[in-house]
Design a binder for this molecule. Structure first.
Ligand SMILES: [Zn+2]
Length: 346
C-alpha cells in the first residue's frame, strides 16, 4: 500500500462528497472546539525523539501547531465556520518541557481573542506552581495526563495518580476547568473512575470537569455503564473529540443529557485520514496504512477522522432528535457558557 501523507489535508472528491452530502447541514455557523492541542514537537525533550513514538505521526506531519494552522485546518474541513477554541499543549511523555509548552500555548491562544487555554500539569507541581502559572499565563484550567502518573502505570492509574488532590483544590478555589482523559482499560466503566468522579466532583464543587472523548467511551458500553451514576453532576461536562462510533454518541447524549456534551476535535487528529474503530472492549486508530483489509469492491479511500466523528455526532442523535437550539448548544453555546463561567486568573 502506498504511504499516505497525512499532512496533506487538501480535500479529495470523497471528502467533499461526505461534507456536502452528510455534514454541511449539521455543523452550525459558530463552532467552539473545546479540545485542541497547540504545541511544538521540540517540547518533547526525549533525546531519542527522532526514533520515538511520535516520530511517525506528530514529528512527521504536525511538528508545530500554531493558532494559524488550527484555523487553516478548520477552514478546509469545515468551510465558512467561525471558530473559537479551548486549547492546551500536547502531553509528551516525560521529559517534556512543561513551562515552554504552557508559555507557547498561552501566547498562541491569545491570537484567538475570545478563545481560552489550559495548562499542562504533572503531579509533581505544587499548588503554588499551578496558581503561579495560571496567573502568569491567563490559562483557565488544567490538562493533566496519564503519562505522568506518579505510580508509573499510565494504563491502569487512577485520576489522583496523575492529578493529585492539592491540584484539584486549586481548580476548586479558582473555579478552573480540568480536561480529564480517564485512564484504565475499561475507561469510565471502571468502578474506580466512577467512584473518583463522584467523590472529587462533590468534594471540589468549584472545579469544572470535562471528560474527554465521551469520557473515553469510544463505543457505547463504557458510558452506558457510567452514565446512570454520573448523570446530574452539576460540574461535569463531556467532549466528543475523535469518537467515531454513533452508538457511543447516542449513549452519551441519552445517558448524561445532550446539554452536557460539547464538540471537540483533538486536532491535529481531525485532519488525519482514518477512523477510531471499536470492537469487543477495544478501540484503535485505523489508518490508511495500518491495515490489510480487502477493499477492491468499493472506494477504498479514507476520509478525515473529523468527518467520521461528525457523522457519529449526527447519526448518534437520530433517536434523540436534536432541535436547532440543541445542535447550536452542542457545537457552541454550552462550551462558550462554560468557558465564560471561569474568571481569567491574573
Ligand atoms: Zn487530546
Amino acid at each position: 500500500m502506498a504511504a499516505i501523507d497525512l499532512a496533506d489535508i487538501a480535500p479529495t472528491d470523497l471528502d467533499t462528497r461526505v461534507w456536502q452530502e452528510e455534514l454541511a447541514d449539521f455543523v452550525p455557523d459558530k463552532v467552539f472546539d473545546v479540545h485542541t492541542h497547540i504545541y511544538r514537537w521540540a517540547f518533547d525533550l526525549d533525546p531519542n525523539r527522532a526514533t520515538g513514538p511520535f516520530a511517525g505521526n506528530i514529528g512527521r506531519y504536525f511538528p508545530e501547531v500554531t493558532w494559524e494552522l488550527a484555523d487553516e485546518v478548520d477552514a478546509v474541513l469545515m468551510p465558512g465556520r467561525r471558530m473559537e477554541r479551548l486549547a492546551f499543549p500536547f502531553p509528551f511523555p516525560k521529559p517534556c518541557d512543561f513551562e515552554a509548552s504552557n508559555t507557547y500555548a498561552a501566547a498562541e491562544v491569545r491570537k484567538g481573542g475570545t478563545s481560552r487555554g489550559l495548562m499542562l500539569t504533572h503531579p509533581g507541581m505544587s499548588a503554588d506552581d499551578i496558581e503561579a502559572t495560571v496567573r502568569r499565563t491567563g490559562l483557565i484550567g488544567l490538562k493533566p495526563y496519564r503519562f505522568y502518573a506518579s505510580t508509573g502505570d499510565a494504563v491502569q492509574c487512577r485520576i489522583t495518580d496523575f492529578l493529585p488532590e492539592h491540584q484539584i483544590a486549586v481548580a476548586d478555589r479558582l473555579g478552573l476547568i480540568i480536561m480529564m482523559h480517564v485512564s484504565k482499560r475499561d475507561a469510565i466503566a471502571d468502578p474506580d473512575n466512577i467512584e473518583d468522579m463522584l467523590r472529587l466532583s462533590d468534594k471540589y464543587p468549584g472545579a469544572k470537569w470535562i471528560l474527554a472523548h465521551c469520557a473515553r467511551s469510544y463505543s457505547a458500553w463504557a458510558i452506558e455503564k457510567a452514565a446512570a451514576k454520573l448523570r446530574g453532576l452539576p460540574n461535569v461536562w463531556y467532549d466528543t473529540s475523535t469518537v467515531c462510533e454513533s452508538d457511543a454518541l447516542d449513549a452519551l447524549y441519552t445517558g448524561v443529557g445532550v446539554d452536557r456534551v460539547m464538540y471537540g476535535s483533538d486536532d491535529m487528529i481531525g485532519p488525519m485520514r482514518g477512523k477510531y474503530v471499536a470492537f469487543g472492549k477495544a478501540w484503535a486508530y485505523l489508518s490508511p496504512d495500518n491495515h490489510s483489509l480487502g477493499l477492491s469492491h468499493c472506494d477504498s479511500r479514507m476520509t478525515y477522522v473529523r468527518y467520521e466523528q461528525l457523522r457519529a455526532m449526527k447519526r448518534g442523535a437520530r433517536q434523540l432528535g436534536l432541535t436547532t437550539a440543541q445542535r447550536e448548544a452542542l457545537f457552541y453555546g454550552t462550551a462558550r457558557a462554560l468557558v465564560d463561567s471561569v474568571e481569567v486568573p491574573q
